[in-house]
Every structure is written in structure tokens, then in C-alpha cells.
Ligand binder design. Structure first.
Ligand code: ADE
Ligand code: ZN
Length: 329
């Protein structure tokens, strides 16, 4: 049994495995520009974030109905559960679907069908986080928040993703203020490909409680000191960083140095169908390649629950944390 963990950085659209993509394409009469799953897998060689995003958005064409989103989420939850995920805070990208004529209700209700049953079906508790695409306009983000208003009982927080460089957090000040006024929790991708200044801006301008990736904080010792002092969790995604060439090889990943510096690190899968592994695979990879001790792995698992948005269910958080402390590696 793998160590119990929470997954805090997971794009549900990034869990679309080639087999499911072709099954949904057939069901919906969508033609994909790949002959079969093998040819599609050939396209999974990325130069950088943008080259991945191009394929990620292209394959979303197969997601059309509530049932598609339900099937996608169930497939993820089953795989995650098998790798020790006990709690998942799941990102979704509504603008990518709205642009294709798929409504907010179709996306949220479809995902919700799987999430509402997840504790019973998979033994995984869940939260939903709506992400804005930072390469779209600030006005589009505000319109998207508006479109989500009928579904806010199902949405815990907001995030910010897609192409980072050239789209600093400050661009989204207004929508983050509006979301905060609605009682939504706030996170944002920052410091994946973008500079450390974007991390500072996400904290100071957007008021984020966690930073997604945050890897490039290591270039700024004063920022590291602040993140340690304020105990801001970072949701790291080691296999993603390798595939998107943010680091050269996994052996070069700064995770051990980040833990040594006292940063509150968590390990997550980002887009597991594209990056070669789910949450447990990421834990296994850093354990093997970076030589993390059992106590470090326990710390990562503990951090995942302390950093999760379980303030409305502290009993559950305590139960999960007790599982981590009692776990025998
Ligand atoms: N959307 C899906 N995965 C992403 C990532 N790693 N960075 C930015 N946007 C994303
Ligand atoms: Zn991400």
C-alpha cells in the first residue's frame, strides 16, 4: 500500500489517457489527427510548456457531454486511489470548454457526478478548483467567474494556469479580488517557467494561499526565506518538470534542496496522462532518483494534508494525518 497522500496540483483535462481520448472521440463522432494511440503517444515529446499545451488543448475536442467529464474524473480517481491518494483538489479549465461551445454546467455537473460519489466509489475525498487561462484576457476571466456563479457550492477555489511567461499575476488582480469576495480559496501557477517575481506578485497582488510549482523561487534567497517564514505550500510536479524541460533530468530536481531550505513542499502529478505518471509514480521517482529518506517522504505526505483546503472538515484532515504518521515504509 503506497503512502497516503493528498493531490493538490492536478488538471483533470491532463488525465485524459490516449485510450480514453479515442473512446470518447468514437462516442462523439470526433476525428483526431492521429491514426491510433501509438501515434498519439509519439506526439508526447515536449520542448517546453507551450508545446505541451498545444496538444493538451487539441485533445480536449473529445470532451463534449456531462458523461464525458464524469468518465474522465472517474478514470482519474480510480488510478489516484490505487496510488494512495486519499484526497484530491482538482483543477479544471472552463474557458477551454466554453470556447468550444461546451457550457459551464456540462463541465461542472459532469465532474460533480464523479466527485459526489468519489468517497463511496474510490475512497477519495475531493475539492474542485476553477482555473483561469492566463493567456486569455482579464475580461474573459471575469466573465468565466460570472458563468460559474450558479455552481459555487461545488467550487472551493480558483487558480491560474496555461502559458506563464508574459502573463504576470497582476493581470488578474480584479478577478482574484472578486473571487475572494465570494469566499473562494486562491492558488496560482507561478515560477514554473516564469521568473521568481511572479511568485511574489501572486502572493502580494492575488493573495494566493498556495503556489503551484514555485520552482524558480530557488533563484531568489530572500523569496525562499519569505516562503519558509510564511509557510506557503508549493505544489511541485517533478515528472512534469522533466517532461517540460524545466529541469534537465530528475536527478537535477531541486526538491531535496527545497526541503533542506525548510520550504513546505508537496509532490503532485500535474497532467499525469502526458508526463508519465500519477501521484504515486511521482513519489516513487523522487524516492528512487533523489534518494529521499523515509522521513522526507513522510514529510511530503504530511505537507499534502496540512496544505489541503480541508478547513471545513478538520476531523478528516486529522484522520489522514494520523494515517501518515502510522504508515510503515
Ligand atoms: N495547464 C495544464 N498543465 C499546466 C502546467 N503545467 N502549467 C501551466 N498550465 C497548465
Ligand atoms: Zn499545472
Amino acid at each position: 500500500m503506497p503512502v497516503p497522500k493528498a493531490e493538490l496540483h492536478l488538471h483533470i483535462e491532463g488525465t485524459l489517457e490516449p485510450e480514453l481520448a479515442f473512446a470518447l472521440a468514437a462516442r462523439n463522432g470526433v476525428t483526431l489527427p492521429y491514426a491510433d494511440t501509438e501515434e498519439l503517444r509519439e506526439a508526447y515529446r515536449f520542448e517546453d510548456l507551450q508545446s505541451f499545451l498545444n496538444l493538451y488543448y487539441e485533445l480536449m475536442a473529445v470532451l463534449r457531454t456531462e458523461r464525458d467529464f464524469e468518465d474522465l474524473a472517474n478514470a482519474y480517481l480510480a488510478r489516484a486511489a490505487a496510488q494512495g491518494v486519499r484526497h484530491a483538489e482538482i483543477f479544471f479549465d472552463p474557458q477551454a470548454h466554453l470556447a468550444r461551445g461546451v457550457g459551464m454546467g456540462t463541465v461542472v455537473e459532469g465532474l460533480w457526478r464523479a466527485l459526489a460519489a468519489s468517497e463511496t466509489t474510490h475512497g477519495v475525498s475531493t475539492r474542485l478548483i476553477l482555473c483561469f487561462l492566463r493567456d486569455e484576457s482579464a475580461e474573459s476571466a471575469l466573465e468565466t467567474l460570472d458563468a460559474a456563479k450558479p455552481y459555487l457550492d461545488r467550487i472551493t477555489g480558483i487558480g491560474l494556469d496555461s502559458a506563464e511567461v508574459g502573463h504576470p499575476p497582476v493581470k488578474f488582480r480584479a478577478v482574484y479580488e472578486a473571487a475572494a469576495a465570494l469566499g473562494l480559496r486562491r492558488v496560482a501557477h507561478a515560477g514554473e517557467e516564469g521568473p521568481p517575481e511572479y511568485i511574489t506578485e501572486a502572493l502580494d497582488v492575488l493573495g494566493v494561499e498556495r503556489v503551484d510549482h514555485g520552482l524558480r523561487c530557488m533563484e531568489d534567497p530572500a523569496l525562499v526565506e519569505r516562503l519558509v517564514r510564511e509557510r506557503i505550500p508549493l505544489t511541485l510536479c517533478p515528472l512534469s518538470n522533466v517532461r517540460l524541460r524545466t529541469v534537465d533530468t530528475l536527478a537535477d530536481h531541486p526538491l531535496p534542496a527545497m526541503l533542506d531550505a525548510g520550504l513546505v513542499c508537496t509532490v503532485n502529478s500535474d497532467d499525469p496522462a502526458y508526463f508519465g505518471g500519477y501521484a504515486g509514480d511521482n513519489f516513487d521517482a523522487v524516492r528512487q532518483t533523489l534518494g529521499l529518506t523515509e522521513e522526507r517522504l513522510r514529510e511530503l505526505a504530511r505537507n499534502s494534508f496540512t496544505a489541503s483546503f480541508l478547513e471545513d472538515d478538520e476531523e478528516r484532515r486529522a484522520r489522514y494525518l494520523a494515517e501518515v504518521e502510522n504508515y510503515r515504509f
